[in-house]
Design a protein around this ligand. Structure first.
Ligand SMILES: Cc1ncc(COP(=O)(O)O)c(C=O)c1O
Length: 436
């Protein structure tokens, strides 16, 4: 991979865009160099071979958002801005709540199921497998309440994992007397091999629960879950995945992974509202016990005062007040917008943007995550010897927004980030590093 020059001249005011990853921007093949098979025959002239050029890069869709031109927003791993139409859906939802006499109960139920169906499409599931929950923590707590593990097993967890995962598993291990086995951050950045080695380590109890993620939330390091799940299954482990930083951008296939539970919220990559998340529950757990008891997850309304049977399907794990007239339409609008683009094309665009950002960081002497483990949309950058909070604030003063997570500058790119944002990042980083 070509990179930008190692040192940037302080005299340069606008940094030229660095070279992009050649895998993403492959040069057009020279079709005239190899004669087509048809051209050498004496028969009628065949139509030309289908063009092998890669499709054009998906453009940025900044125009669908309300981001002022002077703002380069890259803190997408925390909160994404709302597309205009998601905001409009939320405003219509507020109006709906203001006029309850106009409520259409059937349409409200249908909307909740449309939300489930949209969420399920990002992970290869069906609407019946999805519960509507308020947060990832709620989803993980539901999984923990329904997984039976004993003292002779271990719960596998990654060092630095997000608290909505780590705290629940640490609590459960203490409660059940199981071993909490925390995989340390590998020095070479190869999480998949480090986790595999830990799964296979001799002399340890079998893994009862593996708390996993497709990528580290602090720096976007990818984990190859397909490689890990067969040996976990062989030990009888339940596989619980926090899909927060992946769903909508990276492919997740719950059937291929044979996952037990997957949780993800709408307010990050799915471009939706806060306080609405999804819990995928594998069919084998859909007879389980929800955290809350209410009329929505029972076959009858419960007014008789006796315990009514729970509904089948993952709907039994729904939260109370699940028919939120504001968040459900917003979530639906955000997910449908995302679905209107080809996921592979979105991934390619974000990867190209991330590659440019990483090259600017490299050119400034910083250390982005190794391209072998780098996610297309979330990039951790080490700034050794620098004061990270001061660096972030110096960037913020130039209207470039990133975050500090786990000792990294964490930069996330989404569909609204464009080439001008990237150039601003390069300029702002160079200036910021002159003062911190
Ligand atoms: C990896 C990860 N999981 C989960 C969450 C959100 O969890 P919750 O919905 O419980 O607040 C975040 C938010 O930053 C996150 O980065």
């Amino acid at each position: 991979m070509k990179t930008a020059p190692a040192v940037l001249s302080p005299a340069v005011t606008a940094v030229a865009p660095p070279d992009r990853n050649s895998a993403t921007f492959a040069p057009a093949p020279n079709l005239s160099a190899t004669p087509s098979p048809q051209a050498t025959t004496n028969g009628p002239i065949a139509p030309p071979r289908p063009c092998a050029e890669p499709p054009p890069m998906l453009p940025s869709h900044r125009e669908l958002f309300e981001i002022p031109r002077h703002v380069a927003y890259f803190n997408n791993g925390s909160f994404t801005p709302l597309p205009r139409l998601v905001r409009q859906a939320g405003e219509a939802g507020v109006a709906e709540k203001s006029t309850p006499w106009l409520r259409d109960e059937a349409a409200i139920r249908e909307r909740a199921d449309a939300v489930r169906a949209a969420a399920s499409s990002f992970i290869g599931a069906t609407a019946d497998d999805i519960a509507l929950v308020p947060s990832v923590a709620y989803g993980i707590a539901t999984a923990a309440a329904n997984l039976a593990i004993g003292p002779a097993t271990r719960i596998l967890l990654l060092e630095g994992e997000f608290p909505s995962q780590s705290q629940e598993w640490a609590r459960l291990a203490e409660l059940r007397g199981a071993t909490l086995d925390v995989v340390p951050r590998p020095g070479d950045g190869d999480w998949t091999s480090a986790i595999q080695a830990r799964i296979d380590a001799p002399g340890l109890p079998p893994v009862g629960i593996a708390a996993l993620t497709p990528l580290l939330w602090t720096d976007g390091s990818l984990i190859d879950l397909d490689r890990l799940t067969p040996s976990l299954r062989a030990q009888g482990a339940a596989i619980v995945i926090d899909g927060t930083q992946a769903a909508g951008i990276l492919p997740i296939d719950v059937r291929r992974l044979d996952a037990d539970y997957v949780a993800f919220p709408t307010y990050k990559w799915l471009l939706g509202p806060y306080t609405l998340a999804f819990l995928y529950v594998a069919a084998r757990h859909q007879q389980g016990t929800p955290l809350e008891q209410h009329s929505f997850n029972r076959v009858a309304n419960g007014f008789r005062g006796v315990l009514e049977p729970l509904v089948p399907t993952a709907r039994r794990f729904d939260m109370g007040e699940r028919f939120n007239p504001v968040s459900l339409p917003m979530a639906l609008a955000g997910m449908r917008l995302l679905q209107s683009w080809d996921r592979v094309a979105v991934e390619a665009r974000l990867r190209a943007t991330t590659t440019d950002l990483a090259n600017y960081a490299l050119a400034c002497g910083l250390q982005p995550v190794d391209p072998r483990f780098r996610a297309p949309h979330l990039l951790g950058v080490r700034a050794l010897g620098r004061n990270l909070p001061a660096l972030i604030s110096a960037l913020e003063q130039q209207n470039v927004f990133v975050a500090e997570r786990g000792g990294n500058l964490r930069i996330g790119t989404h569909i609204y980030n464009d080439e001008e944002d990237v150039a601003r990042f390069g300029d702002a980083l160079r200036r910021a590093l002159q003062v911190v």
